[in-house]
Structures are given as structure tokens and as C-alpha cells.
Design a protein around this ligand. Structure first.
Ligand code: SF4
Length: 292
């Protein structure tokens, strides 16, 4: 494959804790307006300033003409494809028109209710929709509320293959908010525990000072560093994840883990198995990923 212009390799480092199968990553914008305190993408400079990309549509068309038909594209992993300015700019909507023209296979990940505007186009594209709902509204001040996102999810679920991202699980904050899963009644849940960097720790501590000492102990004193992030120690991490998995099982919902390096029973973490036309369904570690 030639060097692509705007589509990027997802996890080019092939991290041993990422369980996704092969896919490409696409971010229609740089930066995000939702300002989640725990955001993992703030290594990108001026991340809260949403910027357009030069020649985005032309580059996307050229890239799509060069990739194979069964390539899965994930939109977005280092931003949200529906930042607030998308209401007016409609850049993501224009990208969807191009995806439709090229019969692309798409996984859309968002927290935004703007996605409902594009249901007409999304229904004509081979896609899986993932809505992130954590129940931690205080940490997601500029994003639609939990109640709003549950309504969005229910509407999407009736129209498209839909995944609930119950992600991240923040210890002592939302680990027991499993009613969100019940209210959404998805086919598949993907979940993961909070990973911290110093900048996200500072933001969370400012918003929820009562939680800061516990997070400091759990992550920086007792936790472990994997790559650039601090993780909870593995037995605690596993207990939080298994609690969600067990709850999902009781409701007949499949459940996968994201960037945990822990075996799960679902056919994929990112929900690609929900689309009958996606090939390369199984994740790299499906059924064989041991705890790292
Ligand atoms: S919506 Fe996603 S990309 Fe945007 S700030 Fe929140 S976590 Fe970061």
C-alpha cells in the first residue's frame, strides 16, 4: 500500500495490550470541544481548540481509492468526529458522503448527539456506531449529558449495529453505574479502566478534589506504568472489568475490553463483529490474550 495522506495506521506500534484487529484511523478534525478531564489525546498541542484540516476531502478520496475494499476505518480515536462546530461546518457529514461513495467500512466513535443528524447517510454505509457513555458528567462538562446520550443510543440501536462504550471506568466514581448498560440494552459493550497521565490526573483532581488522594495512591503509588500511561494494579483492574463483563453476561450482552491486555469472550473489542459484512473480524488477541 502506498503512503496514505489522511488515513493513519491504527496502533502502528502493535502494542501488546491493544486487542483490536487491523484497521485504519481517521480524524476529520484536530482537537476536540468536549474537554473531558480524562481525555487521552491531550498530547496533541492546543487540543481543546478544534481545527479543520487542509484539503481533507480531497486527501480522503485519494486514500480511499488506494486501500483494499475490506479495510475497516475507525472515526475517530484521537478526537470526536462530532465536535460542536460540526453542526455548522458539516465536515464529518461531507466525509460520510465520500465514505458512502467508496463503500467504506466504518466504525464511528462519538459522545455527541449530532450523530443523529447523519442517520440518513450512516444507514447507507457499512458501519458500526459506538457511543461513549460513562455516567461521569462532571468530568465531561462540555459533552451531552448521560441522559441525552442514552436517548441517542436507543435511537441508533434501532437503526444500526451499535456498541456502548462504557469507558473509562473511574474507580469509586462510575464503577457501579451498570444501570447505564441496562438502560441502553446494547448488543455489545466495550469497557476499560481509566488510564492516567499527570495532566489528566491534574484535571480530574481539580474537578473532583475528593477523588484525588485515592487516584494518586491507586495509580502512582500502587499502580503500574504501561507505555505512557499509569494503570491500576492488575488484580484491581481485572476485578473492575470482570464486574462489567459479568453484568453484561447476565443480560446476554457481549463484552470486550479496550487496551487492557486481558482475555475477553466477545468476538471483538471494538464491535466489528456486529457487522455481517466486515471481514477480519477477530481481534488480534481474541480468546488468547493474557494479562500483561
Ligand atoms: S470526547 Fe473524546 S477526544 Fe473529545 S475530549 Fe472527550 S475523550 Fe477527548
Amino acid at each position: 500500500m502506498k503512503r496514505l495522506r489522511i488515513l493513519k495506521s491504527f496502533d502502528p506500534w502493535k502494542s501488546k495490550i491493544c486487542s483490536c484487529g487491523d484497521k485504519l484511523s481517521f480524524n476529520p478534525y484536530t482537537g476536540c470541544s468536549y474537554r473531558c478531564d480524562y481525555c487521552y489525546a491531550t498530547y496533541i498541542p492546543r487540543f481543546w481548540e478544534v481545527r479543520e484540516k487542509k484539503d481533507l476531502l480531497k486527501k480522503l478520496e485519494k486514500d480511499l481509492a488506494e486501500i483494499s475494499d475490506d479495510t475497516i476505518i475507525s472515526m475517530s480515536n484521537s478526537s470526536d468526529p462530532y465536535p460542536i462546530i460540526e453542526r455548522e461546518k458539516m465536515i464529518t457529514r461531507d466525509c460520510l458522503k465520500i465514505f458512502k461513495e467508496y463503500n467504506a467500512k466504518l466504525i464511528v466513535v462519538t459522545k455527541s448527539d449530532i450523530v443523529l443528524r447523519d442517520l440518513d447517510l450512516l444507514s447507507e454505509i457499512d458501519c458500526v456506531i459506538c457511543i461513549t457513555i460513562t455516567g461521569c458528567d462532571k468530568l465531561e462538562k462540555f459533552a451531552p449529558s448521560t441522559e441525552n446520550r442514552i436517548e441517542v443510543f436507543r435511537e441508533l440501536r434501532d437503526a444500526l449495529p451499535s456498541v456502548l462504550r462504557f469507558d473509562p471506568i473511574v474507580p469509586f466514581l462510575n464503577e457501579s453505574r451498570l444501570e447505564i448498560i441496562e438502560m441502553c440494552d446494547p448488543e455489545h459493550v466495550v469497557t476499560s479502566t481509566l488510564k492516567l497521565r499527570f495532566d489528566s490526573y491534574k484535571r480530574i483532581s481539580k474537578t473532583l478534589p475528593w477523588l484525588a488522594p485515592a487516584l494518586k495512591k491507586l495509580y502512582f503509588d500502587d499502580g503500574e506504568k504501561i507505555g505512557s500511561y499509569y494503570y491500576l494494579k492488575s488484580d484491581f483492574r481485572i476485578s473492575l472489568l470482570k464486574k462489567v463483563e459479568k453484568f453484561c453476561e447476565s443480560l446476554g450482552i457481549s463484552c470486550g475490553f479496550c487496551r487492557e491486555g486481558i482475555e475477553f469472550k466477545a468476538k471483538s473489542c471494538d464491535g466489528r463483529h456486529l457487522s455481517s459484512s466486515f471481514k477480519n473480524v477477530n481481534g488480534r488477541y481474541f480468546g488468547g490474550c493474557n494479562v500483561v
